[in-house]
Design a protein around this ligand. Structure first.
Ligand code: CDP
Ligand code: MG
Length: 721
């Protein structure tokens, strides 16, 4: 493998990693703010060494004087953990309003909240009091006592349905905006609107890359009646970071997992101590690579005279808190830590001690399929900005090295400069549904940082109309539209859940949604043996639960058997099932039932709890009702079998293939509906159920009878108006 990389010193392939820079730097010493009152509480010593610490006063000054502060700084400089604490100690929450800090990912939200709770209070255990978190299906905060709330961006957006001016909050910090998730982009537009009505609200935009001017300009043009405070400024946190040498391959790599494996061994054999971070696209590939390291443990150890071992750990968003701990703990002195991670280590979390980064150049992302109006998961090349972020992970504590498993030519010619914002590549149905529920009727006039195309808005309108969320005139329907906007899940699942009431199978659909959530990441399965290598063991473990109707009812069977066992952990291990995931499904079922009791039945407190229990106890023995309810949300994903064993979607005529993990993979029924598709070598579909074609006309007559073209015409007019 070594020969694939140009030797260090061959200048064309060796670059110094560039620090981000910014045109408008607010330095220390420019401040005229009175800090006497601020220095009340002393920071924990470890935090005084973080780069952000030198900017504390400048930051507090900027937040006082400017309505929007854009903070740019390398990952690990202390933005997420420290800024809310500085504001708290400076008295920004003294008048009864809290600080909220959003994160695009659940895993970062809960981890950072736990960390900050610990930093604030040495006695620990206070999470949910002064510091709390709110993520989908999980709340740990107190509206009276919580002063710093970490929330996912989607959760804050949902909070706006009941608190449209975000009056609970004095400061809103949108963190990791460079990730450009739809929810963060929409929050930017909504906050800009709120700032016109609330001159007291402060907005902090925090980002790891240099898109700062774009965000500053977006908020700077905000016209307000009250001109007493300035609009927007950039604060650039210059971190202490070390140079990173970058190495490219001399020719394109065929199998990047193999190349990552060989490069790791090469580093281990020849290079000085220091941990290794490998970026691969998916959790499935993280597991594959880990297996490869584990099965060759013996040879790896003999690579070095000192017989130092590799300690390989995974990092992806489905991991439990306990599993994450190993990733963050230093390896013993006789081992070198290798962290195999998805995109998540790019900016969301910081791991100490990384000296070498291996970058495959790919990530997995959601992209919109214009034919069906739904999203696909695909593996795609990263952007140059992402590649630079990845490289930067190597230079946090000393000079580092980054091995890119692609050529320099590819870096410059094939990778785009920045990643495409999610709003320009995924299905907009959820976003538009939420904007409408908040009261933004005219979506095309909404202030977007990067507006989505009119075509993708039109497709979203079609999808929302098809699932009854909006009327023919594009207006949100009270029922089921408003209910769907309020339910914390994507509209297709929400539609299914609403339909479950009519089909009297709420319990089964709640179970399905909970199990799908648990298995959300492809490769994540409630079965222990889920990698492709263990396919036989996987099939054997699933056999007792499998049913001819398909995957969804199989999931219901697994859950019901778990419940019948009295939620026994022993039962799980006897059946090759991961107890942690079943426990998670159990908690999720309750949260979903509770949401439904709030949203659809308008119940709160103990009445909602007893309704939720009621919903979870009514069994429906008729499988066809469960399938019809599913079809009500997912009929756009119906497909018919082809002579070669592939399927053709009925809407959009797209060729798809059943994923080998489906119970229907060897049965090939004539008509099916699926809940998810993944773009690998082909488009694979998962979570599939057999349907009767006449049910389609029954559940979606407006799509499967010939009225569609007339409606499409109408959307076109609505959008061009
Ligand atoms: O947001 P930013 O990337 O600028 O930094 P941060 O997340 O506030 O992290 C500051 C420091 O706190 C990092 O060096 C991490 O090592 C540490 N940290 C941690 O140990 N555990 C967490 N859950 C979060 C941060
Ligand atoms: Mg951060």
């Amino acid at each position: 493998m070594a020969k694939a990389f140009l030797k260090p010193g061959e200048v064309s392939s060796r670059k110094q990693f560039q620090e981000p820079n910014s045109s408008r730097l607010l330095g220390i010493g420019e401040s005229s703010y009175d800090y006497e009152s601020i220095i009340a509480a002393s920071m924990v010593a470890r935090n005084t060494s973080l780069p952000i610490h030198n900017y504390k006063e400048a930051l507090l000054y900027a937040v006082k004087e400017y309505r929007t502060v854009v903070v740019v700084g390398e990952t690990g400089s202390g933005k997420t953990t420290q800024i809310p604490q500085y504001l708290l100690k400076a008295g920004w929450t003294d008048h009864g309003r809290a600080i909220v800090c959003t994160q695009p990912r659940r895993i970062a939200t809960t981890a950072v909240a736990a960390r900050v709770a610990e930093e604030l209070d040495e006695s620990k255990g206070t999470l949910g009091e002064v510091v709390g978190f709110a993520v989908r299906f999980d709340n740990c905060w107190d509206s009276e006592r919580t002063k710093i709330l970490y929330a996912t961006d989607g959760t804050l957006l949902r909070m706006m349905l009941t608190d449209p001016l975000l009056l609970k909050f004095q400061v809103v910090m949108l963190d990791e905006v460079h990730e450009r998730t739809i929810a963060t982009d929409i929050l930017c537009g909504l906050l800009k609107k709120i700032q016109r009505l609330r001159s007291d609200l402060r907005v902090i935009i925090s980002s790891a890359t240099v898109d700062a001017e774009k965000f500053r300009d977006f908020f700077e043009t905000n016209v307000t009646e009250d001109c007493s405070s300035n609009t927007a400024i950039i604060l650039s946190v210059e971190g202490r970071s070390f140079p990173v040498d970058i190495y490219y391959t001399t020719y394109p790599v065929q199998d990047y997992l193999q190349a990552a494996y060989e490069t790791t061994l090469e580093i281990h054999r020849k290079q000085q101590d220091g941990d290794i971070l490998i970026f691969v696209p998916s959790s499935e590939q993280v597991d594959h690579l880990l297996e490869r390291f584990q099965s060759n443990e013996f040879q790896i150890c003999s690579l070095r005279k000192d017989r130092k071992r590799l300690c390989c750990v995974p990092l992806y968003s489905g991991l439990s808190y306990r599993e994450q701990l190993a990733t963050f703990q230093p390896a013993p002195s006789n081992e070198r830590k290798v962290v195999v991670s998805t995109n998540i280590a790019e900016t969301s979390v910081t791991i100490q001690g990384i000296v070498f980064v291996i970058d495959t150049g790919f990530c997995r992302m959601r992209v919109h399929s214009p034919e069906t109006g739904m999203d696909l998961l695909c593996i795609q090349s990263i952007s140059r900005a992402s590649a630079d972020q990845r490289a930067g992970r190597a230079g946090r504590s000393c000079p580092g090295k980054c091995y890119r498993l692609y050529t320099e030519d590819c870096y410059w010619k094939l990778l785009t400069e920045n990643s495409v914002p999610e709003i320009c590549r995924t299905n907009l149905a959820t976003a538009i549904l939420q904007l409408k529920a908040i009261g933004i009727e005219n979506v095309m006039n909404f202030s977007f940082i990067d507006p989505p195309s009119a075509k993708s808005v039109a497709t979203a309108f079609e999808v929302l109309y098809a699932i009854d969320a909006i009327t023919e005139d594009g207006v949100l329907s009270d029922f089921p539209g408003m209910v769907m906007a309020d339910l914390p899940m994507e509209p297709f699942l929400a539609r299914t859940l609403v339909a479950a009431k009519d089909f009297e199978c709420v319990r089964e659909i709640i179970t399905i949604i909970a199990m799908l959530q648990v298995e959300q990441v492809p490769g994540d399965s409630v079965f222990k043996y889920s990698s492709s290598r263990e396919h036989k063991s996987f099939e054997a473990a699933r056999k007792p639960f499998g049913v001819a109707e398909g995957d969804l009812l199989t999931l219901v069977n697994i859950y019901d058997a778990f419940e019948a066992s009295g939620h026994s952990m022993r039962w799980c291990s006897n059946h090759g099932i991961v107890p942690r995931l079943m426990k998670k499904a159990r908690l999720l079922r309750r949260s979903i039932a509770l949401s439904l009791s709030n949203v659809m039945y308008g119940l709160y407190g103990s009445a909602a709890l007893s309704k939720a229990d009621g919903l979870l106890s009514q069994k429906n023995p008729d499988p066809s009702s469960v399938i019809k309810a599913t079809l009500k949300g997912f009929f756009m994903n119906s497909a018919v079998v082809q002579p070669d064993g592939s399927y053709l979607t009925l809407v959009g005529k797209r060729s798809v293939t059943i994923h080998p993990s489906s119970v229907l993979a060897s049965r090939l029924p004539k008509y099916i509906v699926y809940c998810e598709s993944i773009h690998l070598k082909r488009i694979y579909i998962r979570n599939i159920t057999v349907i009767e074609p006449q049910w389609l006309i029954q559940v979606a007559p407006h799509v499967f009878e010939k009225r569609k073209s007339r409606i499409e015409e109408k959307w076109k007019n609505l959008i061009s108006e």
